[in-house]
Design a protein around this ligand. Structure first.
Ligand code: SF4
Length: 458
């Protein structure tokens, strides 16, 4: 019996959702009331209160966003994603994760990020996964076991990355079919999306995407290869037509920050049907490591301000993986809210932190959560009282050094990585960002109310 059945009865839930989704504009308030009844976590109750206020204001950008999302999404996708994400993963999954975490004495995350393969059909400059050997795979049986173990822990959002995950399309569809209570969110270069696959996506309904893009055509093609931008736009149009939920994923570097930070870029993404967007800053791990490719602290500050502006003006849900540290009360890695399992099976705290103490082929997910590396991570979180400096990799590298030495973690990087060498190289950047970030923090938090930030994040 799944979680939704346990609490409401699947039939009742489906009937109610069908009614709401037939006319979202009129029936959305009913959806919010339904969520209000199901919510058990006090933070969820508070969030639902805010959503109610938004829904009553016709000019609110988030109301426009919700209606756009519901109108453009295929009925089967809407049903699956609403039930699996909002009910299973959030309203019911989070309390279960918290309950199990108390028993285990270690955090149970909201999501896990898994690489089914490290093979890729592109060869992008500065890829964070480019230092892997491009041969390793997690076989179907291991992935299936992981999905099952995740469900047992109350985790109903599985993120896939790579390599290019869609090289394993058939296995992914089989997993989505078998694990029908899960939402799969796939980071992809989108070049392998075709008509047959799109038909399968409508059928299974529980797969969503984040599509990599670097800016407009010449910038995208320069980093990802000639012709890739056109293929990306074509894939977005196919997914939009089919009513699949997807967004973009963009990495800002020293070269493209000002381009990604334009209203024109975000408007193009909205026009092409993206309902979410991930911004990452380039980190010097992976292929062709280059500190001069990193966005400068001033560029990172520019993106911080742009995000604040867009959140008031653009009907799209966007996250900046580093600059939104305040929303998540700092770093989410190390099993606190997520962890990463690479295609070799190494259990890493984060996709960008290439160290591990366990391999999922030898342990269960529960055992991996209790590993020395995750414990060393969690006991130091948050890594900084300024939540705009959340990261042990680029903002607080001394913490990374301590964690690796204390846990005895091995490097998962091709040829091995020396943590001391890395920390020495990144320290100048982190000091400089520290100064800029402290100014921004003081500007927006004259009384620096940490407890309040924690309450709203947890
Ligand atoms: S380790 Fe850094 S990149 Fe990874 S989740 Fe934490 S803050 Fe983000």
């Amino acid at each position: 019996m799944n979680l939704a059945q346990t609490y409401l009865g699947e039939k009742f839930l489906q009937t109610t959702l069908n009614y709401i989704l037939n006319n979202p504009e009129r029936n959305l308030p009913a959806l919010v009331s339904l969520a209000e009844k199901v919510a058990r976590d006090p933070n969820h109750k508070r969030n639902i209160e805010s959503i109610k206020r938004i829904m009553n204001d016709e000019n609110n950008v988030w109301r426009k966003y919700a209606l756009r999302l519901l109108k453009q999404t295929h009925p089967n996708v809407k049903r699956k994603v609403l039930v699996n994400f909002f009910l299973n993963a959030s309203l019911l999954g989070v309390p279960k994760q918290n309950e199990i975490a108390k028993r285990l004495g270690t955090a149970v995350p909201f999501t896990i990020l898994v690489d089914p393969t490290e093979r890729c059909n592109l060869n992008c400059t500065g890829c964070w996964a480019g230092d892997y050997q491009r041969r390793e795979e997690l076989d179907y049986e291991t992935l299936d076991r992981l999905f099952t173990e995740a469900e047992e822990l109350g985790i109903y959002l599985i993120v896939l990355s790579g390599g290019e995950p869609l090289i394993r399309k058939d296995d992914i569809l089989a997993l989505a079919d078998k694990h029908r209570d899960q939402v799969l969110h796939i980071f992809t270069n989108a070049t392998l999306i075709d008509d047959d696959f799109v038909e399968d996506l409508q059928r299974v309904g529980n797969i969503t995407f984040a599509i990599s893009i670097e800016g407009f055509e010449s910038t995208t093609d320069e980093r990802r290869g000639k012709g890739v931008f056109k293929k990306v736009i074509n894939a977005m149009e196919m997914l939009k037509e089919a009513g699949i939920i997807y967004g973009f994923s963009a990495t800002y570097t020293r070269k493209n920050t000002e381009e990604l930070g334009t209203d024109e870029f975000v408007d193009l993404m909205i026009e092409k049907g993206n309902v979410l967007g991930w911004f990452f800053t380039y980190v010097p791990v992976g292929k062709d490591v280059d500190l001069d490719f990193m966005a400068t602290p001033e560029q990172r500050a520019f993106m911080f301000e742009k995000m604040r502006h867009w959140r008031q003006t653009k009907p799209i849900f966007m996250v900046d993986f580093w600059n939104d540290g305040e929303a998540s009360y700092g770093c989410i890695a190390g099993g606190r809210r997520y962890l990463h399992i690479n295609a070799r099976g190494d259990v890493e705290p984060c996709a960008f932190v290439h160290f591990a103490t366990t391999n999922i082929k030898e342990v269960t997910l529960k055992e991996a959560l209790c590993s020395p590396l995750m414990k060393a991570y969690q006991k130091r979180q948050p890594f900084n009282t300024n939540l705009l400096r959340p990261c042990p990799l680029i903002d607080n590298p001394e913490a990374l050094r301590e964690i690796v030495h204390e846990s005895g973690a091995y490097s998962t990087q091709l040829g091995g990585a020396d943590v001391d060498e890395y920390v020495d190289r990144i320290s100048r950047y982190s000091r400089h960002w520290g100064e800029v970030a402290d100014d921004i923090w003081a500007k927006y938090h004259p009384c620096a109310c940490q407890e309040q930030a924690r309450a709203s994040a947890d």
